[in-house]
Write a protein that binds this ligand. Sequence first.
Ligand code: PLP
Length: 429
Amino acid sequence: MHSFRYHNDRLACEDVDLAAIADAVGTPAYVYSAGTIRENFRRLDRALAGLDHQICYAIKANSNLAILNLLAAEGAGFDIVSGGELFRVLRGGGSADHCTFAGVGKTRAEIEQGLREGVHCFNVESEAELAFIDEVAGALGVTAPVAIRVNPDVDAGTHKYISTGKSQNKFGIGIDRVESLYREAAARRHLRIRGVQTHIGSQILDPAPFAEAIGKLIPIVEALKARYAIEFFSIGGGIGIVYDPALESGSPAWWSASDHPHRITPEAYAEAVVPLLRPLELKILLEPGRFLVGNAGALLASVLYVKKTPAKTFTIVDAAMNDLIRPALYDGYHEIHPLERASVREPVAMDVVGPVCESGDFFAQDRVLSALEAGERVALLSAGAYGFVMSSTYNSRPLLPEVLVNGENWSVIRKRQTYDDLIRGEIVP
Ligand SMILES: *Cc1c(COP(=O)(O)O)cnc(C)c1O
């Protein structure tokens, strides 16, 4: 479900005309739908009603304070990967005791911060980190709550965009080492074993790998519960979203309806995992990022020029790879639609590109779209996750504004950077 629809040939987010937002804040700009985020959260929450569960939003997907505030009000906890993210959660109205602190490289300062604020748990990724957290907690005279991240060695999917399985060795502890590491954790004086965690990758469109990973871990989780009275099992994030409706008609070779009869939905996900998890009688944590916010956002841009060469038509827009890096980084796909649907134009194969001096600066290549003209504005859909948060000021382009739509109202939730913001902190000696 998402809330970007045409009303009388004008693209709206919920009940707000996107052209009106573009007129007011300029382009490029990010726009998010509060209603879509809420609906995504509630739908997943409902689907898991059969479990004692807590959704911990992985804030790295989109960490604007207004989004955190909205999800905190829905009852979300938060999955954080840095001290900066913990700071954001607290400023956004979330509480530390609903935060799980993940990441393979926590620093002393971050561990101290997490202990001081009282995070729910540190998700530990290595023997060295376990020992270090024990030491830092000991130095502060406190006990650190920990869970160990287990790498279930499951291929999360075959598509190259989503198969983090190959590089997963960096993440978590192999199944064969789990028992000894928990024994070590139990022996350390400044640690309290609180749970167990796993996460198999991102943008996973098939429930099967989730079920496979959980199935592999069930005996271990049962043993940990019996031995250490763990309170929770976190099954991670990774629920994918549909970026390209063509995927549903089976056009790319890797996707076909028969391979994936259950294109992932909260209900299909729950159907696959709940029956496995319920008998554990443990609290189940989930860490979705992309699923909650991905399809709730769009990047608005204006067409600057249409450049025709013998080989191609380039539609040059004012947004660029520094604003939304997914296409350049992993061939991410974003639907592109005009804000105002003019009288039907010839479809043309075009590259939609930005002004940055890199050949990787594109949003679409050889895509057939209704011809666009200079001055027209477009929306790049499904830009709510891993969009703004991955942006930079490369080419000295100020960071974009972010807007939150709620029904027929909208608010700027981040101002556009000024040139002064761009050089803040720089010093000529
Ligand atoms: C990135 C990450 C998530 C969220 O992933 P999504 O694909 O956005 O749901 C959850 N847990 C961990 C440990 C992560 O690294």
